[in-house]
Design a protein around this ligand. Structure first.
Ligand code: TMP
Length: 208
């Protein structure tokens, strides 16, 4: 089977860590060679930008936007494309849909600007499958509240996360073949079984 690019998306407290485990266990079960990575970050320079993004005291929305895409560019060029070219699957904890949700929905950056930056940095390196963990902000923030120190973005208020959810949902509606919505308000086991189901279907559709 050709190397595939899978991304995982969701708002705060959606359960991405457990979902990542389910995805990698499924790939292990299929005997597939893959790498896992994350955004912002995924390679040393992009990880430095992640630090700036998450732990600067204040960032203008445009600086945040450009740093997200600058780090993505390094990640795509140095990690994602080479891995796929070498026949390895890539599983990324967040990718460009997060920019449409957070910088678009959350910060109000227009779609035209986002699409321009997407063409410049992502180009044809689009995910083959995106698992979107859809959690209502109240449930997600309650789960995230139990975690330790919050980063700059996690400190935002409910309305910000409502805008993010709605932008993710729009994106899922506009890309129904690629983005599969998982009901992440459910418990850990039900979420895992939804993910396994989606991945099994994906495999059946793409087996060559
Ligand atoms: P995470 O470790 O929770 O995924 O932290 C990454 C944070 O960065 C999260 O709050 C979402 C945010 N983010 C954006 O705002 N835009 C993006 O394009 C990406 C990839 C992440």
């Amino acid at each position: 089977m050709k190397a595939r690019f899978i991304t995982l998306e969701g708002s705060e407290g959606a359960g991405k860590s457990s979902a990542m485990k389910t995805i990698t266990e499924t790939l292990d079960g299929w005997g597939i060679s893959y790498i896992t990575t994350r955004e912002p970050g995924g390679e040393p320079t992009a990880e430095k930008m992640r630090d700036l993004l998450l732990y600067s005291d204040h960032l203008d929305a445009h600086t945040e936007l450009l740093l997200m895409f600058a780090s993505r560019n390094e990640h795509v060029v140095k990690v994602i494309r080479p891995a796929l070219a070498a026949g390895q699957w890539v599983v990324s904890d967040r990718f460009v849909d997060a920019s449409f949700a957070y910088q678009g929905g959350g910060r109000g950056v227009d779609n035209e600007t986002l699409s321009f930056l997407e063409r410049m940095t992502v180009g044809d390196t689009q995910p083959d499958l995106t698992l979107y963990l859809d959690v209502t902000p109240e449930v997600g923030l309650e789960r995230a509240a139990n975690r330790s120190e919050k980063d700059r973005i996690e400190k935002e208020q409910l309305a910000f996360f409502e805008a993010i959810q709605s932008a993710y949902q729009d994106r899922a509606r506009n890309h129904p073949h690629r983005i599969k919505t998982i009901d992440a308000n459910q418990g850990i086991d039900q979420v895992a079984s939804q993910i396994k189901h989606v991945m099994q279907k994906f495999k059946e559709e793409h087996d060559e």
